[in-house]
Design a protein around this ligand. Sequence first.
Ligand code: ATP
Length: 286
Amino acid sequence: MTRPATNAILQPNFKFEDMGIGGLDSEFSTIFRRAFASRLFPPGLIQRMGLTHVRGMLLFGPPGTGKTLIARQIGKMLNAREPKVINGPEILNKYVGASEENVRKMFADAEKEYKEKGDESGLHIIIFDELDAVCKQRGSGAGGGTGVGDSVVNQLLSKLDGVDQLNNILLIGMTNRKDMIDDALLRPGRLEVHVEISLPDEAGRAQILGIHTNNLRNNKLLDGSVDINELAHVTKNYSGAEISGLVRAACSFAFTRHSEVGAMAKIKDPNSIIINRTDFESALGE
Ligand code: ATP
């Protein structure tokens, strides 16, 4: 089964915010319950129950909402190796068979370790980003009408359904278009847990702003005039990625205020840089 997990999530004072993920508490709780709580229990329990661990899940929703962040965090919580990331468009290959070979390679290390150690094997997380690019409904011509998409779906199905069911794999598919994914992949036993990761609401945006300004605040680089709740209010429809971009843009306005741009760019007084409300207003106005 898995190596001992850090079990941070089981600590009484645990907060998702502390992992750098804001506004996704309920989604993360669902993922925990459905996709990986079973892996924190002592080895053998799940077999005694006559069950298997969930081997696959699908995170879907708009770009930049934290899907990759969550997938990586799951790996850390389960003390898994660094996840392998495979990108849909990147694995499409014009050479016949090369795309399936790419998929096969992704699973090879996990298979090898499972053969050697069985349920004592460590957990291997495979993140399949932009799954919709190759795993569209079969026969739809995904992969440029070459049938490559179809064979990648078949390859994934055979890995997930394999005769030797690999208890040491968690495949996390990610997409902005769940409706495009081949239904066969989304059935129980395959990518069976589906969780929507939506744009954050106002409270979520405040949490995300708090996370991305945390270093500024701790290092006394954030002026008291910056009101996180007010910023959360005016950033409706911003994704987490856009919020982190907003903080970066505000910092860039502060840098400009502190430099004399010319033939010889000069920093006035690096120790006096403070990011203030006007910097955020300028960033919002861009
Ligand atoms: P895509 O669908 O485009 O692949 P994604 O949903 O996987 O996007 P991420 O790559 O996880 O999005 O997010 C990009 C960056 O945006 C993160 O590294 C992080 O800095 C910031 N971010 C996004 N969502 C959140 C969030 N909920 N909390 C904190 N930061 C976030």
